[in-house]
Design a protein around this ligand. Structure first.
Ligand code: SF4
Ligand code: SF4
Length: 478
């Protein structure tokens, strides 16, 4: 149910006027506040159960650890990401990039097949708005009609009491969500420090909690459906992602039109839609689903429940508003698996295969060896030459590892590695370390300008990985 203003008159054909602007903005660009009536019905019940599953996951995941690490961490400021307990550094960015591309292709494919199922059922914005904040609002201010009445009424003690309780509850919920949101970025251990230690020691973290709380409060108390209809890029991409075979929440205009108010005992000459506007009154984005597929529809199914209830009431079959495709309704076709979807699926399988390979073959310890620039070889006594190198080692595990280096790829004991100032390189957990070393080779082994060598990285006697490098000798054979 939308609050319209008297001068909000449309200057185009009333039947098409809904296309002039989004439903929540009037002709002068002012916000039309949506008073969504509380949905009731089977889809709303199932969505409630789904939302409980979501809440359990959302509020428990930050506490779940795998091998001492959070299961998920998206530490954007430090460019550190943990996915299913595996840590990803900037050096793994290509894996992360492929994960993101896979995810985007999955969304494209999924949307082409199932429309906005994600938005209506599992999008955090919809779940928090419809299944948490909206329910708190219903509990404090009552259903849509009572909310509208309360907003229009003068500021009495009762109104102040309700508004204060509601906004305090909203801010508390926003504060809790902000804390959990932050725990996905910095981890619960860091969050605990911000909460328990003096503010002066974690001023940035403390400010982040306050700012996030303010943003969440603003979004759920005021911005609401605008996040889906104006800001969300996924919502705005619907027009290119959906086709006539995509599954959407749709009004069966073949069956419903021409609509006519329900009259008892009347002979049914018109369509099944009794023009009761119940589907419009429950819509959280304020649209009329009977106008066809619209960008604002988040697929929440509230209109399906509302219409089914009306159809039950007038003794007509359910499903006047239902999950269907455009073709399904206009031509009586079933949902089909189109060539475009097959192509997306093939691409997705390919990318998931590549991603799995990269994840499985990814090393927990990795490094790079660079020969010191600007230096050629050095004479070592009468019979040997040396090259100077620097090595950088990344430790993606959660234990400190002392790494020693061994020369490989040439005859055993023919050459050696000499670390500068140490016997091994200690690489702290989830950190990186660097060092310098010489490779010393006897002259009789050097028969070309560039000799390929391998360096084994060992933890004690356990080989971790092998790195490749070159040994530079003189231009001519010695
Ligand atoms: S049209 Fe129906 S499914 Fe779409 S947002 Fe409105 S109530 Fe939800
Ligand atoms: S709820 Fe059903 S019957 Fe009522 S207006 Fe909407 S589509 Fe028509």
């Amino acid at each position: 149910m939308i609050e319209t203003k008297p001068n909000d008159m449309n200057d185009t054909d009333p039947a098409e006027s809904f296309r002039d602007r989004i439903a929540t903005v009037d002709a002068k660009g002012r916000r039309n506040w949506v008073y969504a009536q509380k949905p009731k019905g089977r889809f709303y019940n199932i969505r409630t159960w789904v939302s409980w599953g979501f809440f359990i996951l959302f509020f428990s995941l930050p506490f779940i650890k795998l091998n001492g690490r959070p299961l998920f961490l998206f530490n954007i400021p430090e460019a550190k990401f943990i996915i299913f307990g595996k840590i990803f550094w900037p050096q793994d960015f290509f894996i992360f990039g492929i994960t993101m591309v896979t995810f985007i292709i999955f969304i494209v494919l999924f949307t082409a097949a199932f429309g906005r199922l994600f938005c209506g059922w599992v999008c955090p914005q919809t779940i928090f708005m419809e299944m948490l904040f909206r329910k708190v609002e219903y509990a404090i201010e009552g259903d849509a009609a009572k909310q509208k009445l309360l907003n229009k009424s003068p500021w009495t003690g009762e109104k102040i009491r309700k508004k204060v309780i509601k906004h305090l509850a909203f801010f508390m919920l926003a504060f809790i969500i902000a804390n959990y949101f932050l725990s996905y970025i910095i981890g619960v251990d860091e969050l605990k420090k911000i909460i328990t230690e003096p503010v002066s020691e974690h001023f940035v973290g403390f400010m982040a909690i306050i700012i996030f709380s303010g943003i969440f409060y603003g979004v759920y108390a005021y911005f609401r459906e605008q996040a889906c209809t104006v800001v969300c890029p996924y919502g705005r991409l619907q027009s290119v992602l959906l086709d006539r075979n995509s599954m959407i929440v749709a009004y069966d205009y073949k069956r419903g039109e021409p609509r006519e108010k329900y009259k008892k005992e009347a002979e049914i000459k018109a369509g099944d839609c009794i023009d009761c506007f119940q589907c419009v009154k429950v819509c959280p984005t304020g649209i009329d689903i009977r106008n066809g597929t619209q960008m604002e529809c988040v697929g929440c199914t509230a209109c399906i429940d509302a219409c089914d209830k009306m159809m039950d009431g007038v003794g007509r079959p359910r499903g006047l508003v239902r999950y269907a495709s455009e073709n399904g309704i206009s031509e009586g076709k079933k949902l089909s698996y189109t060539a475009r979807m097959k192509f997306y699926t093939a691409l997705l399988v390919l990318l998931v295969g590549l991603l799995s390979f990269l994840l499985i073959s990814r090393k927990d310890i990795d490094g790079t060896v660079i020969r010191t620039t600007g230096m050629l070889y050095q004479e070592r006594g009468n019979d040997s030459l040396s090259n100077l190198y620097t090595i950088k080692i990344i430790n993606k595990t959660i234990k400190d590892i002392p790494v020693n280096l061994r020369l490989e790829g040439i005859e055993a004991d023919a050459g050696k590695i000499e670390l500068v100032g140490t016997n091994n390189i200690l690489v702290k957990q989830e950190d990186q370390a660097s060092g310098s070393f010489f490779i010393i080779l006897p002259k009789n082994l050097i028969n070309k300008r560039k000799t390929k060598l391998q360096i084994g990285l060992y933890e004690g006697d356990k080989k971790i990985t092998t790195l490749n490098t070159n040994f530079m000798g003189p231009f001519s054979r010695l």
